[in-house]
Design a protein around this ligand. Structure first.
Ligand code: CP
Ligand code: NVA
Length: 302
């Protein structure tokens, strides 16, 4: 089997993305404790940033599949003391079956993949968060069916989540309306690559019109904590609230990757209201990543 990595959603074809979504739904609905395709296999999870959902979902998913997961923080490994990435990637991949990496620089994940002899999964970088999109898209499919031809609205920071939404729009063929403050737009290279799948708007209200799904994320991501006050000012008109949701379609869903700051990027009535599917979205990290692990590691897909 060819070595496959998941450093970005664009490592998948459209068909592979849809296959993973459908497998995730099947694994969720028909959990078979005897199905242990990764028996004896080990996932190394390198976390250079905090995590609740990513860590627990990967660890639980490996156990469900008969394998195990190692949690490695910079304090635990020589990576934290500056051992070169290429040496670390070669050594770690000689001992485990898969590596998940959460780090700042996207280049760290792609360099790791270059020198690893086993699949490398991007568990979040400053640039992309592709695992979250597997779960978000699974959630949309579960609640509303295929997202092809639909309109999704991104409001807030043009960050890692926004970039992965752009990739999802390209692969699953939906339109992504984006409204971000002038100085916090997604990278131009991402917008250009997406062509007509992405539409930029000046205001949150315009971006939300006729939308089937409204999504946001924190105004200050991990590592940007010191910019919190500055960002609160810059993003004050980029909040998802009842006015914004009422511009979207009546059956529009609300998603947020979590953790969330109620009263900042989203009001409590929306994130805790009937259109919000945040807890299904969070749970689906488990099912979607089991489908991803199966896709990357199993010679014969079930
Ligand atoms: N959404 C997400 O990735 O959550 P964690 O930071 O808790 O892993
Ligand atoms: N944009 C957020 C996502 C957290 C899951 C961050 O990078 O901190």
């Amino acid at each position: 089997m060819n070595l496959r990595h998941f450093t970005s959603l664009l490592d998948l074809s459209s068909e592979e993305f849809r296959h993973i979504i459908h497998r995730a739904i099947a694994l969720k609905n028909n959990r078979d404790p005897h199905y242990q395709p990764l028996k004896g296999q080990v996932l190394a999870m390198i976390f250079e940033k905090s995590s609740t959902r990513t860590r627990i979902s990967f660890e639980a998913g490996m156990v469900h599949f008969g394998g195990s997961a190692l949690f490695l923080s910079p304090r635990d490994t020589q990576l934290g003391r500056g051992e070169p990435l290429h040496d670390s990637a070669k050594v770690i991949s000689s001992m485990v079956d898969c590596i998940m990496l959460r780090t700042d620089k996207h280049d760290t994940v792609t360099t790791f993949a270059q020198y690893s002899s086993v699949p490398v999964i991007n568990g979040l970088t400053d640039q992309q968060h592709p695992c979250q999109l597997l779960a978000d898209m699974q959630t949309y499919f579960e609640f509303r069916g295929d997202i092809k031809g639909k309109t999704v609205t991104w409001i807030g920071d043009g960050n890692n989540m926004c970039h992965s939404y752009i990739h999802a729009a390209m692969l699953l063929d939906f339109t992504l309306n984006i409204a971000c403050p002038h100085d916090y737009q997604p990278l131009p290279s991402f917008i250009e690559a997406a062509g007509t799948h992405v539409k930029l708007f000046d205001t949150a209200l315009e971006a939300a019109r006729n939308s089937d799904l409204c999504v946001t994320d924190v105004w200050a991501s991990m590592g940007q904590e010191e910019e919190q006050n500055l960002r609160e000012v810059a993003f004050k008109n980029y909040q998802i609230n009842a006015t914004i949701m009422s511009a979207a379609n009546n059956d529009a869903l609300f998603m947020h990757c979590l953790p969330a700051h109620r009263g900042e990027e989203v009001t409590a009535d929306i994130i805790d209201g009937p259109q919000s599917v945040i807890f299904a979205e969070a749970e689906n990290r488990l099912h979607a990543q089991k489908a991803l692990l199966e896709f990357l590691l199993c010679k014969k897909e079930a």
